[in-house]
Design a binder for this molecule. Structure first.
Ligand SMILES: Cc1cc2nc3c(=O)[nH]c(=O)nc-3n(C[C@H](O)[C@H](O)[C@H](O)COP(=O)(O)OP(=O)(O)OC[C@H]3O[C@@H](n4cnc5c(N)ncnc54)[C@H](O)[C@@H]3O)c2cc1C
Ligand SMILES: *[C@@H]1O[C@H](CO)[C@@H](O)[C@H](O)[C@H]1NC(C)=O
Ligand SMILES: *[C@@H]1O[C@H](CO)[C@@H](O)[C@H](O)[C@H]1NC(C)=O
Ligand SMILES: *[C@@H]1O[C@H](CO)[C@@H](O)[C@H](O)[C@H]1NC(C)=O
Length: 565
């Protein structure tokens, strides 16, 4: 792949980008290094000092002007003062394409037309992240963080507008995991994956686990930023509910922990969506206890084996099951696939199913006992006997095109609707639905406790379409199916606003007006179109926190939280 150079220098939006660092009071941006570092440089390498002075002069000049142009050259030379050259990749670098592609998961954003970053900084230390932010602010180049690159719309490494110059701080190499078994806690860096985290915990104790998402290659940084739910959520809630401290690089390039950032900022980073509230470098987690033995099952119920009846009843049963059980459903082709994780032994789940959902007909033989980490492998790769080391594989090339949308259901959907959905799964271009039930611990936490507001829903629906054909016809067919199916379900799902999950990012909901420029006057008002589906009443608080911690809206993207003015 040969990414084209965005025409940052010749497009109208360029002025606006620079304006964000060109306001009068950005003269207060201090020069980049701490006094200690300056002294050290002065003592050891006078030539660095000149570079430093040049940067300082550039900053002061930019700050003094009303609109400093986006200065990519200045940005890059600023970076080279503070960051080892081997980890800064410009579009001219030979390894730029492989570094860019490393964490791309969706072929939709690997086309020659996809606008790509001017520069990728592959940080190996927090100070590199700080330097990238400070240089970006000083030279009018926005910085997007990328942890695992799973963003459904690719916002961690692409813009939807070729005239929008930006850089990427890639955190894939910042991925240490330190588990403290005695305190049942862990520090995990944003660039680690869920698989690495689960493996790292299980490696230290067979009786500890963590309630995050299912996909092992998903990045910690983006996942926690959007809430994060998985198979233990009915017992333990969201991944973000278990974050007890964090280290973030803010819009001034400062490194702040929970005490330093304050409770409002700390609230916002645990579910307010990635890319708006700084770059989180590390997270401190409260781990959870898991039993020595858990039980899993997967049963398939085709349409002609009462799948409509089962789906109808499932809506009442699944959210009301004991917290130790999750029973989710994947609906695809002409069948419903029921998948379950039970935090206990086989006899327990067989008895619970017989009592609460006998129609499903789960037999003793369907149930498999295993350790918690084996269950993680079971759901990640569908099957038993897989080596735990599989969890450490970050994946190679993206293997598919995909598009997803989401909904929350508060009232059971009538049987006749389920019956009529089967015809949808016979259409050319059909995708699948994933139904994740809430209840249990999810229902016990206040919707304002974290930015994730959908705790009272019966269940989450994900519409997921995927394909391999690179033609536009295929893409239109599959994207069309997802959008039409979503439209079809409107009468039966949450309303005013119709909810959506920020970690299943969906640009159909709307994008910011001036997402790469100067910020629109009425940015907040327009952003409500997507902000309220994701965050409901919490959206206003998020925008208020944004105004406090990043008033210039440096951390901005197509769906970044705008400051409340
Ligand atoms: C195969 C697959 C399986 C999934 N399974 C689940 C699941 O079971 N449960 C669930 O809840 N979700 C799931 N998701 C969705 C996933 O949680 C989100 O896509 C998540 O945002 C991905 O995080 P990332 O770091 O990989 O993505 P990235 O693309 O790196 O980042 C996503 C967003 O967060 C920002 N961001 C990244 N790192 C940081 C950081 N360190 N600080 C601040 N902002 C940052 C990015 O700029 C971007 O806006 C899945 C996604 C995929 C593709
Ligand atoms: C933990 O990881 C180390 C290093 O990869 C490995 O040698 C060891 O067998 C693992 N232990 C457990 C209990 O998984
Ligand atoms: C259900 O339909 C499938 C084909 O879709 C068929 O193979 C199967 O025998 C049918 N089962 C029953 C119980 O009708
Ligand atoms: C699609 O893939 C084929 C075969 O690999 C290739 O020849 C073609 O140029 C591709 N088309 C597009 C639009 O990328």
């Amino acid at each position: 792949m040969a990414p084209p150079m965005p025409h940052a220098k010749s497009r109208g939006k360029e002025k606006g980008v620079a304006a964000s660092v060109g306001d009068k009071d950005s003269a207060t941006i201090s020069c980049l290094l701490s006094p200690q570092t300056k002294l050290r440089i002065m003592a050891t390498a006078p030539s660095f000092l000149f570079a430093l002075l040049a940067v300082c002069i550039a900053i002061s000049t930019a700050a003094a002007m009303a609109t400093a142009p986006t200065n990519t050259t200045g940005f890059v030379s600023c970076l080279t003062v503070h960051i080892p050259p081997g980890i800064v990749y410009t579009q001219a670098s030979d390894s730029y394409p492989s570094v860019l592609d490393f964490s791309i998961k969706n072929l939709r954003f690997v086309t020659p037309a996809t606008p790509t970053p001017l520069v990728i900084i592959k940080a190996t230390k927090a100070s590199h992240v700080q330097a990238a932010v400070r240089c970006g602010v000083a030279h009018g180049v926005r910085v997007r963080p990328r942890s695992g690159g799973h963003d459904y719309e690719g916002l961690s490494y692409r813009s939807i507008d070729a005239a929008c110059p930006f850089s990427v701080v890639d955190l894939a190499a910042l991925r240490a995991i330190r588990v403290d078994v005695k305190r049942k806690s862990a520090w995990v860096d944003s660039g680690a994956t869920l698989g690495e985290l689960y493996y790292g915990i299980a490696n230290k104790s067979a009786r500890l686990g963590f309630p995050g998402g299912i996909g092992p290659t998903v990045g910690i940084g983006g996942h926690f930023s959007g809430g994060g739910f998985g198979l233990m959520m009915r017992k333990h809630g969201l991944a973000a509910d278990h974050v007890v401290d964090a280290v973030v690089v803010d819009a001034e390039g400062r490194l702040l922990d929970r005490a330093g950032m304050g409770e409002d900022h700390f609230w916002a980073i645990r579910g307010g969506g990635g890319g708006s509230f700084g770059i989180v470098v590390s997270w401190k987690l409260q781990l959870v206890r898991v039993p020595a033995t858990v039980t899993v099952f997967t049963v398939h119920r085709p349409r002609n084996r009462s799948a409509s009846d089962l789906l109808t009843k499932w809506q009442h049963v699944a959210p009301a099951l004991p917290r130790d059980v999750i029973l989710r459903v994947v609906v695809q082709n002409q069948e419903a696939q029921f998948e379950s994780l039970y935090l206990g032994r086989r006899t327990g789940i067989v008895a619970t199913m017989a009592r609460m959902f006998p129609e499903l007909g789960v037999m003793r033989e369907d149930c498999i006992e295993m350790s918690w980490i084996e269950s993680v492998l079971y759901f990640a790769f569908y099957g038993t006997g897989k080596p735990a080391a599989l969890l450490l594989a970050r994946g190679t090339k993206p293997d598919r095109y995909f598009k997803a949308k989401s909904d929350f259901v508060h009232q059971p959907i009538p049987r006749h609707v389920w019956e009529s959905t089967w015809s949808w799964f016979l259409k050319d271009g059909a995708g699948l639905l994933i139904l994740d039930p809430y209840g249990g611990q999810m229902g016990r936490v206040a919707p304002s406790a974290t930015p994730f507001p959908h705790r009272r829903a019966l269940y989450n629906v994900q519409y997921y379409g995927f394909w391999w054909d690179n033609g536009t016809e295929a893409s239109e067919k599959h994207m069309g199916w997802i959008r039409d199916m979503h439209q079809e379900m409107e009468p039966y799902v949450s309303k005013n606003p119709r909810g959506a999950y920020v970690n299943y990012r969906d640009l159909d909901l709307g994008v910011n007006d001036d997402y790469c420029g100067n910020g629109a006057e009425n940015g907040y008002k327009k952003a409500r179109a997507w902000g309220e589906p994701y965050f409901k009443a919490n959206f206003e608080r998020l925008a208020a926190v944004k105004a406090m911690v990043d008033p210039r809206d440096f951390f901005r993207n197509e769906q970044g939280i705008p400051p409340l003015r």
